[in-house]
Unconditional design. Structure first.
Length: 400
């Protein structure tokens, strides 16, 4: 890192010169019945705090449980330092143990405050110095010495406190903005299921007709099994292999040279279901697909003329569907959607397709607004991260 000119009464110093020696623990020398153990997964690197820890028996500690931490220490994960798994040790974890995967920085309070050291480490000043050293090794980590040898700007303690107060005032506003946007997205996420329930809720068929899936769709069909067809050279198909949270995973596969391969081809309006695994029962509406087949662990429904595919898809997002489909999922260690039982599920719908379209447009508009909110939340996160980075940069140049 290229040093920049500091204000008067500021100095460049190594971290080593402003921290106390690290403290090592061993059960043989200082026995403990139990202790709270902090590992890298305990740190929330978005906000820089220590979350959940593990209670570990002292007579059976992890091999890396060797660093004593005290309230006010700053712990800095040495693995992938660019992720900034950095946090201050709170009072509840005073005199507990952390992994040797952390460099424990115990500030010499005559030189630096805990908060100054924490924000310095959370800025890019230290990371920019140590990350190049990480790249020299096949394993993305740096040593404690490389962190200790990093240089940081150090003003008088009174100036440190003034700047830290300003940082915390501004970052508090940043966090408030983040939480407002997050709450808006969470509220919208709750509104969509409520809107779906208002359309498809129990006993709310609005005078609609009620029919089984078998009466309004072709027979449910299981997907393509490579072992059942010999694979030969030819055009590559995309295969739909998974469904998760309203998304599908497409994989490239060799062409299945069967006489009836056409029956596995997907077209707009098909609805596919996950029939095994953690996503059992979830569905996806196919729109403008590439040339593709669907895998054997999926079931396809091809809708008949009496109901619009998108209307039926929205029904499959409702609690009414999930209540009825629960009996169609075999209980046990491996949930399984049975196509026959799927065919027997009843669906209520308006015979008037214009009404179906109105409902589709209503639910689609809500979904579009929700997706836009999620997009804005993502932009907000990016903008706030950029703001925080710029804020810290100004702070440690003495411009705040």
């Amino acid at each position: 890192m290229e040093k920049y000119e500091l204000p008067e009464n500021w100095d460049w110093r190594t971290i080593r010169s402003v921290v106390m020696p690290k403290e090592t623990w061993s059960q043989s020398k200082t026995p403990r019945k139990t202790f709270q153990y902090v590992d890298i997964f305990s740190v929330d690197n978005k906000v820089g705090i220590i979350g959940e820890t593990k209670t570990i028996p002292g007579d059976n500690p992890p091999s890396r449980a060797k660093r004593v931490i005290r309230v006010g220490d700053v712990i800095f994960a040495t693995t992938r330092p660019y992720l900034k798994n950095i946090a201050v040790v709170p009072e509840r974890l005073d005199d507990q143990i952390c992994s040797t995967g952390f460099c424990v920085l115990r500030p010499n309070l005559d030189q630096v405050t805990t908060e100054w050291l924490f924000y310095i480490c959370r800025s890019n000043i230290v990371v920019d110095q140590v990350v190049p050293n990480q790249e020299k090794s096949a394993y993305p980590a740096v040593s404690d010495d490389e962190i200790y040898d990093s240089e940081i700007p150090v003003p008088l303690l009174s100036e440190q406190r003034r700047i830290v107060n300003r940082i915390e005032e501004l970052t508090r506003r940043v966090e408030e903005a983040r939480q407002i946007r997050k709450s808006t997205v969470e509220e919208a996420a709750r509104y969509i299921p409520a809107a779906i329930a208002s359309v498809f809720g129990d006993g709310q068929n609005h005078g609609w007709v009620t029919k089984k899936i078998s009466a309004i769709c072709e027979k449910p069909q299981y997907g393509y099994t490579e072992s059942a067809c010999h694979v030969a050279a030819g055009p590559n198909f995309l295969r739909i292999t998974d469904i998760q949270d309203g998304q599908v995973e497409w994989n490239k596969v060799p062409y299945c040279k069967c006489d009836d391969v056409g029956k596995y081809r997907l077209r707009t309006g098909d609805i596919v279901f996950a029939r095994t695994g953690a996503t059992t029962g979830k569905s996806y509406l196919i729109k403008n697909p590439p040339e593709a087949v669907f895998a054997s662990y999926l079931i396809r429904l091809r809708v008949g003329p009496s109901i619009l595919p998108e209307f039926l898809y929205w029904h499959f997002q409702s609690s009414t569907y999930w209540a009825s489909v629960s009996s169609g999922i075999d209980e046990g260690n491996r949930p399984n959607m049975n196509g026959t039982k799927l065919a027997n599920i009843e669906v209520s719908y308006p015979e008037d397709k214009a009404e179906q379209r109105r409902i589709i447009e209503y639910l689609n508009s809500l979904q579009a607004k929700f997706e836009e909110l999620k997009h804005l939340q993502g932009k907000t996160e990016t903008e706030l991260e950029a703001f925080t980075s710029a804020l810290l940069s100004k702070a440690f140049r003495g411009e705040l």
